[in-house]
Design a protein around this ligand. Structure first.
Ligand SMILES: *Cc1c(COP(=O)(O)O)cnc(C)c1O
Length: 360
């Protein structure tokens, strides 16, 4: 008997393990493990979401026309170069499925967003993980890794899980040295909360190059992760081909008006970013005062290094979990924990627990 058989490279894949969200015996754990917003979405976006209940028998607009127009209007972009997706995850996945297959190479940083290696494997392409430099992408390392088989380069800028970023000058230098046949993907999921002055998300490069695409999301600073809405801004040739592969109704009915109201409510976004900046500084200061290694973050989370021995990261993770605080342990970085920013009370709570754990 011959049973159905997946591609060999897929059989070898390990399933994705998401950030933990439950603890036995604790009814409402504090979830600081998935970089979700603690500030919450625009009330206008939530109202718009609720108002869609009566229209759920309809398919959504297949071209996300109104949402693309709203994004273009706020960001001063060309709506024709925007594509919306079921989270930016969908758009990142589409890029890999469209441009790479067996025999092709996809470059990303060793410590970076999980979607790139997972989807690269899914299409049978070869992933090239380049060691990070100062926790961000190593531009020269990436350029050295380019071969005739390279199809895509992914830069999560700022990087998840490190929180570090590459300056715009570095990104421009990377692009200038990259063959035009290679697609440069600038994954700017945290662009809204970056405060560094020498950062840019990528629009400017998209406007003047044919091989660049930037991805953005409503999941982080806009606090709509549950709705799954993201967008990309790319060279027309790239938008055209990924558009042929994507599913026609990829952004759901409630997702459209909610995201439109969210992007129009820039006052709410500013408040969300101010909250994020304030607590990011506070948390980093507190962790440094405990003599822990803190990587400068431009995101809504902080990667913290623990000493080896009985006060190690995994022991701290167990301690926090037992007290109902969920942070992220990362198998490739066993000495670190990634802590997403929470509410004021949750941030104070996690610091108090880490102090208790360290006995300081
Ligand atoms: C959170 C995140 C995303 C995307 O999330 P979606 O919810 O799919 O839009 C993309 N890239 C990075 C680096 C992220 O951290």
């Amino acid at each position: 008997m011959t049973l159905p058989k997946a591609h060999e490279w897929i059989q070898e894949m390990a399933p994705y393990v998401p950030g933990r969200s439950t603890v036995e015996g604790i009814t409402e754990p504090v979830k600081l493990s998935s970089n979700e917003s603690a500030f919450g979405a625009s009330p206008k976006a939530l109202e718009a979401f609720k108002a869609t209940a009566g229209t759920l028998m309809r398919y959504p607009d297949a071209n996300s026309e109104a949402l693309r127009e709203a994004i273009a209007d706020i960001h001063k972009l060309d709506a024709d170069k925007i594509m919306c997706g079921a989270g930016s995850d969908e758009l990142l996945t589409l890029l890999i499925h469209t441009f790479a297959g067996p025999g092709d190479e996809v470059i990303y940083s060793q410590y970076g967003f999980m979607v790139y290696p997972v989807q690269t494997r899914a299409v049978g392409a070869t992933g090239i993980a380049v060691p990070n430099k100062n926790w961000a992408a190593d531009i020269d390392g990436i350029l050295d890794a380019v071969t005739e088989d390279t199809k895509l380069v992914f830069i999560d800028n700022p990087n998840n899980p490190t929180g570090a970023y590459n300056t715009w000058a570095e990104i421009e230098r990377l692009h200038a040295a990259l063959p035009e046949s290679v697609v440069l993907v600038l994954d700017a999921a945290y662009a809204e909360c970056v405060t560094a002055q020498d950062y840019q998300a990528g629009e400017a490069l998209v406007e003047r190059a044919n091989n660049v695409i930037m991805t953005r999301t409503f999941s982080k600073m806009y606090a709509l992760a549950g709705l799954r809405v993201g967008w990309a801004y790319g060279a027309p040739g790239i938008i055209d081909v990924i558009g042929r592969v994507r599913m026609p109704f990829n952004v759901c009915v409630p997702g459209h008006p909610a995201a439109i109201e969210a992007v129009r409510d820039q006052n709410h976004l500013r408040a969300s970013v101010a909250f994020n900046t304030k607590w990011r500084l506070w948390l980093a200061d507190q962790l440094r005062a405990l003599d822990l290694g803190v990587i400068d973050s431009q995101t809504n989370f902080i990667l913290v290094e623990f000493p080896k021995g009985d006060k190690c990261a995994l022991a701290c993770n167990e301690f926090l979990t037992s007290r109902g605080y969920l942070v992220r342990a990362l198998p490739p970085l066993p000495d670190h924990l990634r802590i997403s920013l929470g509410t004021a009370e949750q941030n104070q709570g996690v610091i108090a627990l880490i102090k208790e754990f360290l006995g300081s």
